[in-house]
Design a protein around this ligand. Structure first.
Ligand code: CS2
Ligand code: MG
Length: 404
């Protein structure tokens, strides 16, 4: 079997997605997600101009060899653009391989290790009452765990708190030019424990509560927050400090028993090396789309499993249904599964990307369709062209740029 066509489809059914579609001489097709939120066109060019021509004529069954060729052959390694492009090729090849075998992808990854996949949903509010209503809404949808993000008194717009227009519809924090949000770490550190106190008071001690600090704290501030949240027993504190400096987590780890989750912005195992071998974290957060595909992410999970660290694949709306499908197949198969983030997508996005995975009573299942179980409606995709959209930028009150 040979690859005879490699096409990059950019569509924006409410937000931008980049998809690679490979076609073989036997008529089999494979899809891969290459969406890099806010830098989509860089990956489009990487794939279109530098990778797609090299794929024509290759045997699609040679998944590992193609991955190694794209990783080592570029000479310039790692990074979000390169690894999103390689991820799209990798997932498309796994999709073809599983279709050729007539099996859902998870069967090629060792088969099911569980019956269904536990998820967590996003609850947020501009203030505590609104947050409590949002938690209620996620529980009503069946989510077994909830991430809680709240507005901060004195701050206009904060990460994770969905702005809604006067019709109540979510206003995506993605504009043709970056929105500028404001930040005050001291106000945040004062407020978050009170938010957990209020949610625990309302929903009790059992409900798994997650929180994302989104890279914004120094190590000692992260240690402070981890300690302050211990009485509320969070399921995890995510991205408590920018983890490019992996050593920073040593200070946090020795200061608190609050579980730590890191890694959605990481794209190779080397970003995690010390975090895993020194057991500085409890969950690895990389998504198939940002980590180079199923091939390396499975290896990362097996490495993490030696240290009793579990998976927690990144699953917000900017991971397309193609990337989500690949994640759910991995979630079903790996032994050290932890939890799957799941925000769902708009009905229009689900129409562009028809998928076999299901979300029922707060749990996902990949379904039994051969491959990853996603079909791309190219005609509908073409009706929603790319629209420039950028993530916000964060600034302190004195105007200093801060992590968003
Ligand atoms: C967040 C993401 O879901 C999360 O944990 O960190 O929503 C992140 O803000 C977006 O993926 C950025 O595109
Ligand atoms: Mg996050």
């Amino acid at each position: 079997m040979k690859i005879v066509d490699a096409k990059v489809v950019v569509t924006s059914p409410g937000r931008n997605f980049v998809t690679l579609k490979l076609t073989t001489d036997e008529g089999l097709t494979g899809l891969g997600d290459a969406t890099l939120n806010g830098r989509e066109l860089a990956v489009v060019s990487y794939l279109t101009d530098h990778v797609a021509p090299l794929l024509i004529g290759l045997d699609p069954h040679r998944v590992e060899d193609t991955w190694q060729s794209l990783y080592r052959g570029a000479y310039w390694r790692r990074g979000p653009v390169t690894m999103a492009a390689i991820a799209a090729v990798d997932v498309a090849l796994w999709d073809i391989k599983a279709k050729a075998a007539g099996l859902p992808l998870y069967q090629l990854l060792g088969g099911a290790s569980r019956e269904r996949i536990g998820t967590y949903g996003h609850a947020n509010g501009r203030d505590v009452p609104e947050l409590l209503d949002s938690v209620r809404a996620r529980l009503a949808e069946g989510y077994p765990a909830v991430r809680i993000q709240s507005g901060i008194p004195g701050l206009k717009a904060v990460y994770g708190v969905t702005d809604t227009d006067d019709t109540g519809a979510a206003v995506l924090h993605q504009q043709a030019r970056p929105l500028v949000e404001d930040w005050d770490t001291a106000a945040y550190l004062r407020h978050v424990p009170a938010v957990f106190e209020a949610v625990r008071a309302e929903f009790g001690a059992e409900l798994p509560l997650l929180h994302d600090a989104h890279h914004r704290l120094t190590p000692i501030q992260a240690a402070r927050l981890g300690k302050d949240l211990e009485p509320y027993r969070p399921f995890w504190l995510e991205d408590c400090t920018p983890a490019e400096n992996q050593e920073a987590l040593r200070l946090v780890r020795r200061s608190t028993t609050t579980p730590l989750a890191v890694g959605e912005v990481f794209n190779t195992v080397y970003d995690y090396q010390a975090l895993i071998t020194e057991q500085l974290i409890d969950y690895v957060r990389s998504a198939v789309t940002h980590f180079g595909g199923v091939t390396p992410l499975r290896k990362l999970f097996d490495f993490a499993a030696q240290y009793q660290i579990r998976s927690a694949i990144h699953g917000p709306e900017d991971i397309s249904p193609v990337g989500m499908a690949a994640a759910v197949h991995l979630d079903l198969a790996v032994h050290n599964f932890g939890i799957q983030e799941y925000s769902g997508h708009s009905p229009l996005t689900d129409a562009v990307f028809r998928h076999a995975y299901t979300f029922t009573d707060g749990h996902l299942h990949p379904g039994e369709e051969p491959g990853i179980g996603v079909e791309l409606d190219e005609e509908l995709a073409a009706a929603h062209p790319y629209a420039a959209a950028y993530l916000p930028v964060n600034r302190l009150h004195d105007g200093t740029v801060h992590d968003w």
